[in-house]
Design a protein around this ligand. Sequence first.
Ligand code: HEC
Length: 118
Amino acid sequence: MILKIGKFFISAVIFAVISAVSVSAFASSGSSLFSSEGCVACHTINGNGGQVGPNLSHIGSQRSLSWIKTQIVNPGAHFASGSAVTINGKSYMAIMPNHKSMPASKVNAIAGYLESLK
Ligand code: HEC
């Protein structure tokens, strides 16, 4: 009996450690995905990136998590594709590509990262 509780306790500790490690990996992967998925070519964060789309350095104080997820997957839901749009007083051509085939895990990680930029 004591042995069983001991095993359970050890597996619970191992599980907690693994979850803690994967949660922190999840949090950091949003920023690396922002580069590896090509977002950085068009968007600047903290001085790094392109100018084709809006600066996202403070996007988390302007848009909600779910709004950002929708923007990544289907920007046409917010901005008519190819039209001229004004965001934060600047004018852009709405040419952001959709990411309909991006796995939800990646969408969630990038959106979570952007939402944290206040
Ligand atoms: C080819 C350039 C381009 C790429 C690549 C691109 N975007 Fe955009 N993005 C834009 C443009 C232009 C807009 C303005 C609205 C639109 O086009 O839908 C925009 C708008 C946004 C907005 C809304 C900004 C605001 O202030 O409301 C977010 C958030 C965003 N993009 C995130 C991303 C993410 C995340 C990626 C990568 C997965 C990405 N974008 C890839 C060009 C791009």
